[in-house]
Every structure is written in C-alpha cells, then in structure tokens.
Design a binder for this molecule. Sequence first.
Ligand SMILES: Cc1ncc(C[n+]2csc(CCOP(=O)(O)OP(=O)(O)O)c2C)c(N)n1
Ligand SMILES: [Mg+2]
Length: 623
Amino acid sequence: MAEPTVRLTAGQAIIKFLQRQHSERDGRRQRVIPAICGIFGHGNVVGLAQGITEEGQELPLYQPKNEQSMVHAAIGYAKASRRLSTLACTSSIGPGATNMLTGAATATINRLPVLLFPGDTFANRRQGPVLQQLEHGIEADLTVNDAFRPLSRFFDRIARPEQLLTALPQAMRVLLDPAETGAATIALHQDVQGEAYDFPLAFFDERTWHVPRVRPDVDQLARAVELLRSCERPLVIAGGGVRYSGAEAELRQFAERFGIPVAETSAGKGSLTTSEWSVGGLGVNGTRAANALAHDADLVLCVGTRLTDFTTGSHSLFQDPGVRFVGVNTSAADAFKLSAEAVVGDAQVVLRELTAGDDGIRVESHEYRRQVQDRVAAWRSELEEDIAPRDGEPMGQGEVLKILEGEVTAGDWVVAGAGWPPGDVLKAWETPAGSRVHIEFGTSCMGHEIPSALGIRMQQGEDGEIFVLIGDGTYLMNPSELVTAVQESLKITVIVLVNGGYQSISRLAKAQAGGSIGNEFRARGTDGLLPDGDLVAVDYAAIARSMGLEAVEASTAEELTHALGEARAARGPRLIACPIAPHRSLLGSGAFWDLGVPEVSADEAVRDASAAHRQDASMQRHY
Ligand SMILES: Cc1ncc(C[n+]2csc(CCOP(=O)(O)OP(=O)(O)O)c2C)c(N)n1
Ligand SMILES: [Mg+2]
C-alpha cells in the first residue's frame, strides 16, 4: 500500500516537522522547538528561510544580531525550561556558521540542548567553490561545518532531502536525552534546502517525546545507601542536574531529613535555598564553609555534577584519606568520576529513593549539625566584613551584589557568565526563595549573558525580572543583543560592572605571573609595546541608549537601589552602569586552582609564586 505523501522542499519539511514535536515529562507537555532564530545569507535565504515563510505558521522567527548570540539565547531558553525545550538557530554558510561554533561548544559543554542548522556548500558542485567555501586540498567533502562535529552531540549533513527522515528524529532524541544532550547540528547544503521530495505524511504527525526519568539500578542504589549509612561527615554537591531534573524539593527533603549539608556548583546554584543545610558554592569560587566541610568530608554525594576543576579545587578539596564518593548522574561518564560508587539515574528519582525508606539512611548527628552551623556563621560574618563599604572608595562588586540580592524576589532570575560576576554570585549570593540563577561556567563565555537572558525571558514570558550581571569587558564584546531586546520588548535589566577592563584576569596575572599586561582598557603606552598608557573613558550607558534602551549610571548604593526599583517598574529593557572599585575582589575561598605556572622566570616573584603553586598542587588527589 502506497503511503500518502506530501511534496515539500527540504527547507519546508524541516519547518513543518519542527512545529509538530513536543516533549513531555511528569505529564507536562510543551513544544520542543517553539521558535527559530535566524540570520540569513546566500546559504539559507532561499532554502530554509523560504521554508519558514511557507510552512512556519507556528514557528515565530527571531533575529538576533550575531549568530553566536542566537545559540546563547537558545541555551538560556533551554536552561529556563529545564532542558525540555530549546530554540532552533539557522545561519548562512561560512562565517555565519562558524560564528555559531562558540555557541555549540557552550551548549555541549554545559549539557544544554540547542538545535543548529548551518547552511553548507552545494552538494551538486556545479558552481565551482561557492562564496565562503573552504577548499581543502585532500578532503574534498570537508566544509567549515565539519568544525561542528567535535562540538555537537549529534551531527549530520543533508545531501538529499529524504535524509531528513532519519536526521530530524535523531536530533530530537539527542536534544531530549538527559545523558546525551548538547548541540544537535544539521548542516544543510545550499541547493538541497530547496530540493523536493515526497515525504510520507506521517512524518509530520504530532509527536510527543517522553523524556525519561531514568530509574537507578537497585544494586547501585543499595551500595550508595550502604556508604551513606556508615559515614559521619557527609556532604552533597548539587550540580546542574538537580535543576534539570527539577529535584529541588527532593534535595531539601533529603538534606533536612538526614542532616546533610549541601554545597552547590555554578550550574547547580539555587538548588537549595533558605535552608540551614545550604552551605553555598563549592570550590575555587565557593564559600569557605563549604570548602572546609569538603576538606573533612568522609562521604561526598555528587548529584548531577560534572565535577570540574572549579568545583573540586582541581582535585585538591577532599582531604580525608578515606573519603568516598557516590556519583548520581544520568550520564554514566559523570557518575563514575572520582572513582565514585555510581548511581546512574535521574536526580529526583534517586533522591526520592534515598529518602523513602522507613529507617532512613542515617540519623542526623547533632555534633555535625553544630559544626555545619558554626562554619556557615563564621563564613557569613567574614564575608559581611569583607563586603562592607570602604570610606572614600567606589562601591565594591560585593556591595552591588548584596544590594541586588535585597531587591530580588520570587520569580526573578540573575544571570552571570564571565569575569568576576559568576564567581562572586556563586560565592556571595544567597539565592532569595523562589528566584533562580543562571551561571554559565561550563565555558564562562564572555558574551553569553545578554542573549541568554533574552532566551530566559522568551521562555518565562512576562513574569519576574531578569537581572544580568556583566563586566565592562564582556559588555564590550557583545552588547548588540540589546537591540534585539528593544525590538522584541524582551524585558531584562543589565547591570554593567565598570572597572576599566578584564580585572579578574588582571588579578590572576598579578598573583601568578608577576604582572598584568593587556588587561585594562588603556591607550598605547610610551614604549609602544603595550596598551599600558592612560585609561580610555567609555560611556557604557550611552552605548545602551544608542540602541534604544533607557540607561543610567549608579555610583552609590542609594542610586543603585533607586535604579533597580525604576527598572522593575519599567516596561522595557534597561541598563545600569555601576562604576566599582577596579581592583577589589571578594574574599578568597581558600580553594586551590591549578594553572599552568611559569617554570622559569627572570622575576623572583614569579619563581616564588610558581613554587607556592606547586606546593599547593601537592594536595591534589590523583585518583
Ligand atoms: C569569549 C571569551 N574570551 C576570553 C575569556 C577569558 N576571560 C575570562 S574573564 C575575562 C575578563 C572579563 O572582563 P570583564 O567582563 O570586564 O569582567 P572582570 O574581569 O572585570 O570582572 C576574560 C578575558 C572568556 N572567558 N571568554
Ligand atoms: Mg571589567
């Protein structure tokens, strides 16, 4: 029996298909791809763009100003939807496509789904090299889009329209697979986008992808319970997986029932709020309370974390000689890290199972509780003292953070990505109940902040405020999506921390390499070698105004509080530029971070710093 078919171009079929895909978890259903972002060029304008025109009645088109930003927006969207939904992004071939590479890497490293359609060369090759084509001397079928392969969790190149019949469903599967998700890239030859095929009608039926909550193996779970039963100083590390799984309530029950402190990673920030068992961020950007507990812990339950060097203090944080790890993760590769007893499964399910038993896994220890409370109290007072305003100095970044914290309420988001902001938010931010944090620290990608906030806004609708904390350097790298914010009335409030340059890097250089070069925004100096002359003045608020935003400068606590109040009351996006003390960083976490330090130097200070670094590195656990 011949199947009924419909004749469509590849571009039209893609759009028609995307509009029919839904994801479902816990009975809640949503579109997998509710919108598409595009910047068009010869590589996609008559192909996929025509498909949008013809078939995209239910696929709104957004027009960010840089292809990389489109992907950041998709990442923000995915994070806000707990990985159940994301945006598609289409680019032309050549530079449009390669602009998306950084976004693809950011998505894949952060385990967040994005769907990318870079345009590609002609499959028929009748034209000679098309504009922007890379001609590789030996590998004739290679194009710039092959650079997506290592950065994607799924890659395909469509040379015949009917290949979409397998490529698109596979892309959906990967996007929604909790263990495999990341960038799904489908490169589209320029000619093939417009070529037609008789697609089976059934291909365009409504489809629901049921996102699994992977149940753990009973024996793996039993071994984890055994370890939890016998430990005395347990610690939970809550990673992004807690949030993707929506396991916040289960985490709270688990921690509070058994008296186990919870430290958070950057992606997991906000997993446990306003609880006496919350000890804040862990590791290099963490709190001293969390790091001291990690130092002494005999059992570490790692939930939904990739255990990056920032989280583990480059493997130096855990110093109890008998410390054991239990890794709860949907990805087996992550669950087994640190030679953990692995429990491969969904965070919500596993935490529920661990909490469920009548006799429980352990009885809360009063002594340990007091220890946790003491450490947290000591850390809070140290931090408060450190953040306090200093006479005659501009505001410190910590003060800005605390003023913002005072203004944030349930339903709001705070976004940070690069420079000092993500570290300071992890360290000092006491997530107000019901508010959310998005720290992108898988790549700490400068330029992620504003577009990802737009993606979060698109996902969240009109509820709550979205505050973006961004350094001046990062703002200069990619302010352009402010135009998109105005164009689409996407309300975000951008707080630019003005300190004259890449001060977080400058500090690293001074501490570890004897001095900082090329990190402040300075005119060329007298010897002509370095930009180390006078500071250049930049009007950050004026940049925003030129793009149609209301923007103000806030130099004092009162001005900032007022500006934040105005921003909340406003209808559209706003920007607040805050001049801050340029060289003032927050109190250190005490955790070690491994950097490649110079082994040889003419400078004694560098030799000393290197020796001290190597000494600290001796704390690393190698297995
Ligand atoms: C795209 C990109 N390029 C380079 C870096 C390395 N880097 C990390 S932070 C930083 C400086 C950020 O400066 P700014 O936004 O002003 O923040 P500050 O350091 O002053 O807090 C740089 C260059 C990065 N993370 N991302
Ligand atoms: Mg700066």
